[in-house]
Design a protein around this ligand. Sequence first.
Ligand code: NAD
Length: 422
Amino acid sequence: MRVAVIGCGYVGLISAVILTKEGHQVCAIDSSAHVVQKIRQGVPPFFEPNLKERLDEALDKGFGISETLPDEDFDVYMLTVGTPTVNGVQDLGQIKRALKLITNHLAPRENFAAIVIKSTVAPGTTNMLEKVVAEALPRGRFGMCMNPEFLREGNAVEDAELPDRIVLGSSSKQAIDLLQKMYQNSKCRKFIVSPATAEMVKYMNNALLASLISFSNEMSNIASTNLDIKFIDALGIVLSDKRWQCKDDGSSVPSVASYLKPGPGYGGSCFPKDVQALTSYAQEKGVSVPILEAIEKVNSEQAVKVLKPLVDKILAGEVLRVLVLGLSFKENTSDVRGSVSYPIIRHLLEVGADVRAHDPIAAEEFCKEYSFNSEIIIKDWRSGLQWSQAIVLVTPWSDYIELGETNFYKGFLLDPRSALLR
Ligand code: NAD
């Protein structure tokens, strides 16, 4: 395939030499004469293990490098220019200039081409850029695709040669077909998603890793107030929790990943009190703990946030009678301490809903703990299906699994833990 790579930084140059190695006819473009000159001489403009060797191999195979696009057709235009932040806001200047270069190049031609955004951009950017391109080119002439890059500097050549996943975010089947062909030698999993999902994947990936680093630094700041704490030992013991270990059964994700599944927030007898206690312990010692404070804040607001689609219907007068399923703080326990079912029911009542609730084990305990009249409880949740206009599945006991069957429930079903999506 004929591939033009625009931008010869870490992502662009490495993608270009690896695509050449895979047998594609690649031309790399960089607006910097200095960068172009160095690459042409076989000198990478930055250090990366094994890059010099790969660049030499690519040049031997006819890899092209230029300051501007040559007068040839390309199947794929890959944008790998920088997307810096200016005053904290994403600057799309390099992307827009590179796109202009591509549309000018494509306009007088007849071939269909995939325009691939490999640079990291905020959700919605690829769709917005597609509209910009469509002002210059008929829609049938191009397909846009967001294809985030996950390489790590220092390991970049190896990561690009053996990617762990390839994400293709596009609504153009023609573009996806071209890119599947371009990546056909990569045996890793390929995910075909919407452009905005692909954009979100990349940001979430980095934000998650960044939050792990800052979380651990915050913990170590707390630990440093007590010389008796050996932080690295403590961390090692935390990570020996079996939830961090990969299972031998072939599933590659350790079970700690289930804590990343969004929902109405955590409850129970431990997380809320322990996060609060550690926060006040640190504050007493004069250690600032914005992450712990944010954890508590995000959690305390989450139950009401997940209710928004239902509350909108209640306030619009479309729904009055709501059945809340599950009252213990999680399934398979009768413990109701810190249960998010409490703020959920309280908020539904505040906005004027008529609420009934069910739990296979914990209903009586729940009413006692939160001073609810037992009239709110129904004994058989199926008997509430006809009565209710909406259901909130708060605690996903296995008893409720039938709710996931098509057409089982006619009303509005809110499943904030995505428990029915299996
Ligand atoms: P970089 O700044 O190292 O390289 C960008 C290159 O693009 C430069 O050589 C520049 O001269 C060139 N350029 C700028 N505008 C141009 C134009 N209009 N036409 C032609 N060339 C142009 O950037 P990078 O580190 O390779 O990152 C590129 C993108 O990939 C960014 O969005 C970044 O966030 C993302 N990314 C980077 C990494 C990484 O480890 N560096 C990893 C994954 C994703």
